[in-house]
Design a protein around this ligand. Structure first.
Ligand SMILES: NC(=O)c1ccc[n+]([C@@H]2O[C@H](COP(=O)([O-])OP(=O)(O)OC[C@H]3O[C@@H](n4cnc5c(N)ncnc54)[C@H](O)[C@@H]3O)[C@@H](O)[C@H]2O)c1
Ligand SMILES: [Zn+2]
Length: 710
């Protein structure tokens, strides 16, 4: 995890004043009805810019500036808080967490022996006041000193029972939010009501909590994270709550029938060392994408009441707790187009084309939209600002339009009337649309894929041609291409003798493509270009691949026990096709391959894997020497546009080159990266490589390195 993220640069006093106003407006909308024009990342960048400006120009600080306040710009209510409801300070990585803990321990004069580690729920803070065990009042955080009464929401919040197990008087604090399911329901209700939806679960929760005159009711969920007796309460129960460690307070809250994160897979734990804290942080971060609700970090607190009491509070946040922020998983960007594609089973699905936006470490240009009814359900329009979600390996998806940002220029999304792949009819009887040809539809696409530049590279085989051949019954799969006769081709409409001869020559050339490309052409699920190269290099021949069982295939890096059985099963299904390719004389071996003589140790491979299995990259040791493998043992990443001798190479061809040179091609920069080839317009990968001290070369220098192999 990284250092504090970037901030908006404010050049002068005017820019500063404008930024303050923009932040105030955004926060008022954010804490109010949830209709901020900024996503959290943009807002945070703005506030950091304001902070930086103020640090340099202390004389110009505006009194209304949001910095140093609990929720600058939020609606302040008229219900005073018994104890201020503060915000949390942030850390952005293990080092900053260690610094924070060290300074806290210095303040306490002793080590902290117990840390509580909880998810940071991404909703709105709320105080739920119980009197004699009955839920009496709900109050928002407001500016931390006073909040708004939102008791009208009582009865709509799951997890906040109207009665506790014990007849106690206590204020429970926690987060009100919408689960994914509640968000779906809320969107459906609003859609039915006015044809629009909420932008995301958080803003839906904010708007819902304060809404009083909506004709429809949406459900919310509460997750508790604290319990306070009234300051004046000197009962035994109150005294006990003040003395219990935080973790035990939370157990008590749960025992009262109130929902806490304990019922989720990211429930609070107590850690005794910072290593354990960090371990839990990573666990929670890894589980984030699969959670049915949003989190934006992890909260780390002193567990012991004595530590908390001694550390006390600053004006904006407690000193005994900190938020370990996770990268934003949602951004606002624009929907510029929608593409429709037919999948291998004939399912027709739309895909959103977005104005590129950086999200959770990568630039997102496309996002899934699931199906046509999803578009209708969300009321999406072309040109809309949309919220886009992505976390971890999850495929980015469009969540919803941001309706309050509409300008009136948005247009309806064109919905296809025929299959976008084959032009035949669409079966729209179910939510998931299908081409009436079903799997057969994809034959065109899969033959096109097999003939593609990175696979068999058969030039001159346009989709229209494939369709003609299929319709004429000349081919049923791509292996049949190798048996086409000149007469057959000439019989096709608009097929002259020159193009026929060119096509036949291209097909003939395809027979000598290496195994890696032939295997890739098969289109086995989960085996794209680089995986196909790894498989080909591991086994060396199609016979060896076909003879392998799941156990033998799973050792290929990146396949693993989950994917292996389906690869084996698909290869069995493909047997007739492969036999035909063999009969046609297509190459079934990987040039230069030699059987693994010695198990090669590779820093990137799983140390636990069977040493006899030779799962590693074959580096052709011995003969051939280093001149044949100038990149032996190196993990290489390519970014930016290539130039000079490399200009014409696709990214796939660059990766092939790297691997021919004995290296391992990778798509992301990490500590394990040995070399970054950075061309023009290299962006974040270059920056990351610089910060990690990874060696960086330009395209020319790289071409020199691999010289003979080009
Ligand atoms: N998009 C916008 O326009 C906009 C405007 C204002 C603020 N914001 C966002 O809000 C953030 C600042 O907001 P903030 O001060 O409200 O809160 P915060 O997100 O910085 O953290 C404090 C809050 O975390 C919550 N929390 C969740 N789990 C908790 C737990 N286990 N223990 C204790 N507290 C827990 C509490 O509600 C607490 O008030 C900014 O980082 C920004 O991203 C966005
Ligand atoms: Zn079709």
């Amino acid at each position: 995890m990284t250092d504090a993220p970037p901030s908006t640069l404010l050049a002068d006093q005017t820019a500063y004043a404008e930024a303050v106003q923009l932040a105030l407006d955004a926060a008022a909308a954010y804490y109010g009805d949830g209709t901020s024009a900024l996503d959290d990342d943009a807002y945070d960048r703005l506030v950091r810019g304001i902070q930086a400006y103020e640090a340099e120009h202390p004389g110009e600080v505006l009194p209304e500036s949001p910095t140093g306040k609990v929720a600058g710009g939020a609606v302040v209510g008229d219900v005073p808080h018994t104890v201020p409801m503060l915000s949390l300070d942030n850390v952005f990585g293990a080092d900053q967490l260690a610094d924070w803990a060290a300074s806290l321990e210095r303040r306490l004069g002793r080590p902290v022996s117990a840390w509580s580690v909880e998810p940071k729920l991404d909703g709105l803070a709320i105080a739920a006041r119980y009197r004699g065990g009955r839920l009496a009042q709900l109050v928002t955080r407001g500016d931390g000193t006073a909040g708004e009464d939102v008791s009208h929401a009582i009865g709509t919040v799951v997890g906040l029972p109207s009665r506790l197990a014990e007849p106690v008087t206590v204020e429970l604090r926690g987060e009100v939010m919408m689960t994914a399911e509640q968000f779906e329901q809320a969107c459906a209700k609003r859609q039915a009501h006015d044809g629009t939806t909420f932008a995301n679960p958080r803003s839906a929760a904010a708007g819902t909590l304060r809404a009083q005159d909506r004709p429809y009711v949406c459900e919310l969920t509460f997750f508790g994270y604290g319990a306070l007796p009234h300051p004046g309460d000197d009962s035994e129960a109150a005294a006990r709550l003040r003395e219990l460690p935080h973790s035990e307070v939370m157990a008590w809250v749960a025992a009262q029938g109130v929902r806490t994160p304990a019922v989720t897979e990211v429930g609070g734990i107590v850690a005794t060392t910072l290593e354990q804290v960090q371990e839990r942080v990573e666990q929670i971060a890894a589980r984030r994408a699969g959670l049915p609700f949003g989190i934006d970090g992890i909260v780390i607190k002193c567990d012991l009441a004595a530590d908390q009491a001694q550390a006390g509070f600053g004006t904006r946040a407690p000193r005994w707790a900190v938020a370990y922020k996770l990268p934003a998983t949602e951004k606002i960007t624009r929907l510029v187009g929608v593409e429709w594609n037919t999948g291998r089973t004939g399912v027709i699905a739309p895909r959103a084309v977005l104005e590129p936006v950086e999200l959770d470490g990568s630039v997102v240009t496309y996002a899934t939209l699931h199906n046509a009814s999803d578009i209708a359900r969300r009321g999406l329009m072309l040109g809309d600002h949309v919220t886009v979600y992505k976390a971890g390996d999850v495929i980015p998806r469009v969540e919803a339009p941001v309706v309050h940002l509409r300008t009136g220029d948005e247009r309806p999304i064109p919905i296809p009337e025929v299959c976008p792949t084959c032009g035949d009819a669409i079966d729209a009887s179910q939510e998931r649309w299908r081409c009436v040809r079903g799997r057969a539809c994809r034959i065109i696409a899969s033959i096109g894929y097999a003939a593609g530049r990175d696979q068999l590279d058969i030039e001159g085989l346009a989709e229209k041609r494939i369709r003609q051949m299929l319709d004429a019954g000349m081919i049923g799969d791509f292996a049949d291409l190798f048996f086409l006769t000149r007469e057959q081709l000439l019989s096709l409409e608009r097929m002259g003798s020159t193009s026929t001869d060119n096509l036949l020559a291209a097909i003939e050339r395809a027979k000598s493509q290496p195994l890696s490309r032939v295997f890739c052409a098969l289109g086995v699920r989960g085996t794209g270009r680089s995986m196909s190269r790894r498989i080909a290099r591991h086994f060396g021949s199609m016979d060896a691949i076909r003879a392998a069982d799941a156990e033998a295939i799973e050792v290929v890096e990146g396949i693993g026990p989950k994917k292996a059985p389906s690869v084996v099963a698909e290869l069995v299904e493909l047997a007739p096709l492969i036999d035909k390719l063999v009969a046609a004389g297509v190459t079934m071996t990987e040039p230069g391959w030699r059987p693994p003589a010695l198990p090669v140790t590779d820093a990137d491979s799983d140390p636990g894997s069977d040493p006899g299995s030779g799962s590693d990259v074959q580096e052709a040791p011995g003969a051939g020497g280093t001149s044949g493998s100038p990149l032996a043992g190196m993990s290489v990443v390519v970014t930016g546009s290539m130039s000079g001798a490399l200009e014409a190479l696709t990214r796939n061809e660059m990766n092939e080159l790297i691997e021919r040179a004995g290296g391992k091609a990778s798509s992301s920069v990490s500590k394990k990266t040995s070399l970054l080839v950075a061309g023009e317009n290299a962006g974040s990968k270059r920056a990351k490589a610089e910060s990690l001290g990874v060696r960086i070369v330009g395209p020319e220098e790289f071409a020199g390195l691999v010289g003979d192999l080009l």
